[in-house]
Design a binder for this molecule. Sequence first.
Ligand code: AMP
Length: 528
Amino acid sequence: MSRVIGIDLGTTYSCMAFMEGEKPKVIPNLDGLSTTPSVVSFTSTGEELIGTLALRQSITNPENTLYAIKRLMGKKYSSEKVQKAKKNLPYKLTEADNGDVRVEVDSKLISPQEISSKILGYLKSCAESYFGDEVKEVVITVPAHFNDHQRQATKDAAKIAGLEVLRVINEPTAAILAYGLENKKNATIAVYDIGGGTFDITLMEINEGIFNVLATDGDSFLGGEDFDNRIVEWIINDFNEENGVDLSLDKLALQRIKEAAEKSKRELSYTMESEINLPFIFSDKNSSKHIKKNLTRSKLENLTKNLIEKTFPYIDDVFMESKIEIQDVDEVILVGGQARMPLVKKMIIDYFRFDPVENINPDEIVAAGAALQSAILEGTMKDIVLLLDVTPLSLGIETENESFTKIIDKNTTIPTKETMPFTTVEDNQRRVRVHVLQGESEKATDNISLAVFDLLGIGAAPAGVPQIDVTFEIDADGLVKVSAKDMSTGRLQSIKVKSSSGLTENKINEIIKRTQKTNSQVEDDDKT
Ligand code: AMP
């Protein structure tokens, strides 16, 4: 029987694990490392590099080295977040016909799903070489705050990589599963998860083997990358003031600064001062300029403190939603690489008034939880009876005057479904249009448009007579499904759903075929 693996597809690093008996174990990549950079690079000779090798290309080949792709998954090109991210990325972003974001490499447009699939495909091959056997099934994690588009995009990436997703599980939930199993006690736990690109806060109760998520909230565009960018801006502004040169226009310089900034940031978690040394960062006919400056821990804290402050309203919100008090929390777990920053820990202690749990590995715990989830699905975990997660966002429809009517509230336990009756407003009306949205704003246009569908073939009848019950479902993966029933005939109504985002089934199959063709070509080339 082929093994199921758990994958934490991170913004900056990814990690995978499997169940060895009753314990999760991390699977090393081909370099023997427990985490793999989530980076893909296309070289000038047409080679495709993934992971550590790709990361090494980021200075010499910045325009074709793609990192932090997770931030673009399931996003619209015109969204404020993508436009902001674009300014700091050395590679080119552009818009697909359906408004989704695409990466442009060598005049080819590539979807974030396809790029992520390359990372997943690489992880799959590492796991296969580790086991000496094929790996087909996976439990994959996503930030708790990912919406339907982002979850679907992650599933599509796995499909392109040849992996069947048994379950999509929220990263903080996975972390608590792994922690809770190890520590085996009844407790209320808060997980503060700040990785490379996303932030989530989750409250969970563990009671006699039932893992129950009480509430979750967060920002899918707040993470370590933003901390790096603050340092980059500081360096670039100082350089501009001193030399009258804007280094942000020079892709190579920008990438070198970014790497140095991230390295310094990491160092400052353990030291009070770090030197940023970038010789020959700028040269023209007359002279060469260098950057040599010190970044102190307190300067870093000044530059980034308000990013950490941005997370606190979300924490307030989960307490409000779950109706529990801070003093009810027994433990706080810090997850994600950015949580290693001492100021994060200090501000968490100030908020909760006690120390967070220390003995966990923030890089591996999420993948370990994903592996555990696979065992729960197989029914082989006797210590975990049930895992109850919640939906991070409300689901509803557009109603009169562009307002948003909620059908399923955020933090409802999933899977869940709600049914709503629809009727006609005109005599002999044959179709009704329904616009499905996800979000919290009362204004429809401020929420994420998931799909528009038409209820077709409504029988001729006076206005208000037909009754069609539309059922909105959120499955255990947090994905939305819609179905409809004509109550006069009892027949299932046909629904024509037009997703406002994502890859179509045809497009996914086309990419799979293309990938298989490239792979078999590489194998043939290897043989010759
Ligand atoms: P993750 O997505 O959990 O792998 O987190 C990656 C993020 O954590 C990146 O932005 C890293 O720069 C950041 N990070 C990793 N180690 C440290 C550290 N020691 N101090 C501060 N940030 C770190």
